[in-house]
Design a protein around this ligand. Structure first.
Ligand code: AMP
Ligand code: MN
Ligand code: MN
Length: 326
């Protein structure tokens, strides 16, 4: 059999595949955010409405600030033993299936559906529905909900709005298109709880998180004439403040917000792993920077995991930034 080059499938092809299968595992990426979870929950809810069996897989568990999402309590790292052999695994919001984590049992390509909006998605699925111009994976899922003809109820609407607000930073990032705002309005009319999303994802902070923010700000360094700001967080800082890794998620945006800064990095040396979050004001492509070091993401927001010491990570990221025009 001749393998054809992977391509992006049409809504009709995906909808036909969804109708053909009886059971689904919605797979979200490690250290989940509101997009990967919200997109999977929205599609999962819609599939249940048409009588399908749906399981939600997540290796790391649901972070505190996303537990309000409908069905979040059903998310598990342990898959049931009785799933049919033709169960479709739906990977949401990841350019590569490996981002689901090592706890996911092996899945045949035949049973992989890839739904995403990242640049440079590896088109790893049997079917791939990747729309790079969409602001979130949830808005990619919206095309499928329309194709399926499942009505968007308040629960589904809340999940999709959570994906939009997560990936646009509460309608602040440059991916906040008129279409995204129109869809957000439509979702609010269908009952999406914008107040709850705002409160849970953006406003409510643990005191420990605010104390940790203080330490990360104290550790900020500025290089390249102040255009590059970076800082770090390690286990000792978490211990001193009583915070944990979940409390670090949006801190990198504070670094990017400092006057004169073009590009920011937060290095998280937690539990033996160094995860780096990169953000750009628009001049430098941090997706390209992350990709040089084995990571990925978007033009203005990307990430990677670095193997080595913190000092080595600082040097490697700075070197990659320089190659990309810092
Ligand atoms: P974060 O800084 O963790 O919020 O991630 C920002 C963006 O980069 C998101 O779109 C992530 O999906 C992506 N990203 C983060 N870490 C990685 C990684 N190790 N590999 C590929 N993409 C990543
Ligand atoms: Mn994500
Ligand atoms: Mn996303």
């Amino acid at each position: 059999m001749i393998e054809s080059t992977p391509r992006v499938a049409s809504v009709e092809e995906i909808v036909a595949e969804l109708r053909r299968r009886s059971a689904f595992v919605m797979v979200s990426h490690v250290k989940p955010d509101g997009d990967t979870l919200g997109a999977g929950l929205a599609l999962g809810l819609a599939l249940k409405r048409i009588g399908k069996r749906v399981v939600y897989f997540q290796q790391d568990g649901v972070p505190r600030n996303l537990r309000f999402l409908p069905e979040a309590q059903l998310v598990t790292r342990d898959l049931p033993a009785d799933l049919p052999v033709d169960t479709l695994y739906v990977f949401c919001d990841m350019s590569d299936w490996r981002r689901a984590g090592e706890h996911l049992p092996p899945v045949a390509r035949e049973n992989m559906l890839d739904i995403d909006h990242h640049l440079g998605n590896s088109l790893f699925g049997k079917l791939n529905f990747v729309l790079e111009s969409e602001c979130s994976t949830g808005t990619v899922v919206m095309h499928l909900l329309r194709g399926l003809g499942v009505p968007v109820d308040a629960q589904i609407a809340t999940c999709i709005l959570a994906t939009i607000m997560t990936d646009t930073g509460g309608f602040m990032h440059s991916n906040t298109t008129p279409e995204a705002l129109e869809l957000a309005a439509e979702l609010m009319r269908k009952g999406a709880d914008k107040e709850e999303i705002t409160r849970e994802i953006f406003l409510r902070k643990r005191v420990a998180a605010t104390k940790l923010l203080g330490r990360i700000i104290d550790a900020m360094r500025f290089e390249h004439g102040g255009r590059y700001c970076y800082s770090h967080v390690d286990d000792a800082m978490l211990e001193k403040t009583g915070a944990d890794g979940e409390d670090t998620e949006d801190v990198v945006n504070v670094l990017l917000g400092q006057e004169g800064v073009d590009v920011a990095a937060l290095f998280k040396a937690i539990e033996g792993e160094i995860r780096v979050s990169l953000r750009s004001g628009g001049r430098i492509n941090v997706q390209a920077v992350a990709q040089r070091l084995g990571g990925g993401g978007h033009f203005r927001a990307s990430g990677l995991t670095y193997v080595g010491t913190l000092e080595e990570a600082f040097s490697a990221v700075e070197a990659a930034l320089i190659v990309e025009g810092l």
